[in-house]
Write a new protein. Structure first.
Length: 403
């Protein structure tokens, strides 16, 4: 440890870290991805240490040196961890019994690129949750809004901010890492982060986490039976069927400036006007991750930003973080949440694109006896919306996938 006081608790009864305390060691990022400028951009080629974690006991402390014991391997660490993969050490507060009152809450600090995103509790006998335990919106960060100008961009990854919006953060890294992976901008989704909308003014893609078992296409789930879907390129490519992709949702169409019937006039028809003709260039939904809670835990991916050439665009929503509860029995009428945040709506004058929603995070409940009454939620955030009263239109953000 650089500074052991980072593990001190703000709760007076817990105080400084000491012998017998529990720690969670977890690597947040570090996956390697496909970097081709194709729809396959961002596919995970190796998880490496991303998501690896373990819980250890503190057996002694000397200065900033902590000696630990791991019950699975008696001493040392079970896994190898990378500093470059943003490994963090999280203290797990220990109690004999713990009650979270109805008006009380235990909330994770938001992930800041180095630490945060996790709330962990250990109650040896009983944990009574009557209030709230939350890591909602504490996970991977959404793509940030940029203002630049271009038309007709088809790229999946680029270093040029005029061509597309910023991608959401995920297990492959943050925006600064994407600079080394051939570009932080573009509709391709980097692992579980959502893709940024392409120019001109396409919506950001939703982040991802859990896998529903369906093949990922990046197109998300086409909800409802609107005939407008029948003209969508994703529908046509799916054998004239509504898509039901795992992962995050796809961002909406690019800029148009003519009010037409979308059930009659398909995307890309020049009659939509606006030079971009309402084409399908929204950020692709993030890719689901193989979540084996015995060995790896992941936060929800951040949504991609909506593409903007003005001041109205929306950022991507944050993903949900990680909640880890360990107790003999866990009961109550309260709520445990690790939901993703909604993508940001447009702001006045609303003539840019909104962001994609963040994905739901991960909730781990470990109990040897009863579990009853407590509600669990790890849903993805909604994609951002656009609010215009003129004929101009930009597509919405894609929704975040569930945890």
């Amino acid at each position: 440890m650089t500074d052991i006081t980072d593990l001190d608790s703000p709760i007076p009864e817990l105080g400084p870290i000491g012998t017998g305390d529990l720690l969670t060691i977890i690597q947040m990022q570090g996956a390697t991805i496909d970097m081709s400028n194709t729809v396959s951009y961002g596919s995970v080629t190796a998880l490496n240490g991303a998501g690896l974690y373990e819980i250890v006991y503190v057996t002694s402390i000397s200065g900033n040196v902590i000696t630990i014991n791991n019950s699975s391997c008696l001493s040392g660490l079970r896994n190898s961890y990378s500093v470059a993969g943003r490994t963090q050490v999280v203290r797990v507060p220990r109690f004999l019994n713990l009650t979270i009152d109805p008006a009380a809450s235990v909330v994770a600090s938001p992930w800041d690129g180095t630490r945060g995103g996790i709330v962990a509790l250990n109650a040896a006998n009983a944990l009574d949750v009557e209030g709230l335990v939350s890591a909602s919106g504490a996970g991977f960060r959404g793509g940030a809004v940029r203002s630049a100008f271009s038309f007709g961009e088809t790229t999946f990854r680029t270093t040029f901010d005029f061509a597309a919006a910023e991608k959401g953060e995920g297990i492959a890294g943050s925006a600064s890492d994407y600079d080394l992976l051939l570009g932080r901008y573009g509709r391709g989704s980097p692992a579980n982060g959502g893709g940024g909308g392409n120019a001109h003014n396409a919506g950001g893609g939703g982040g991802a986490n859990g896998d529903n078992g369906n093949t990922w296409t990046g197109q998300g789930v086409m909800a409802g039976g609107s005939p407008a879907w029948f003209l969508d390129p994703g529908y046509i490519a799916n054998g004239n069927s509504l898509t039901n992709s795992s992962g995050g949702g796809r961002g909406g169409y690019t800029f148009s400036d003519t009010n037409l019937d979308a059930e009659v006039t398909g995307p890309g028809d020049p009659s939509w006007g606006g030079l971009d003709f309402r084409v399908e260039r929204g950020g692709l939904g993030g890719k689901p991750v193989a979540n084996d809670p015995a060995t790896r835990l992941f936060m929800g991916g951040g949504g991609g930003a909506g593409e903007s050439n003005g001041t109205s665009g929306g950022a991507g929503g944050r993903g949900g973080g990680i909640v880890l509860l360990i107790s003999g029995q866990i009961t109550g009428t309260g709520l445990v949440r690790a939901d993703g945040d909604d993508g940001q709506d447009t702001i006045p004058p609303h003539n840019d694109a909104p962001g994609g929603g963040g994905a739901g995070g991960t909730i781990i409940v470990s109990n040897s006896l009863a579990f009853s009454g407590v509600s669990l939620s790890a849903i993805g955030g909604d994609g951002g919306s656009q609010f215009l009263t003129s004929n101009e239109a930009e597509g919405p953000g894609g929704g975040g996938g569930g945890g």
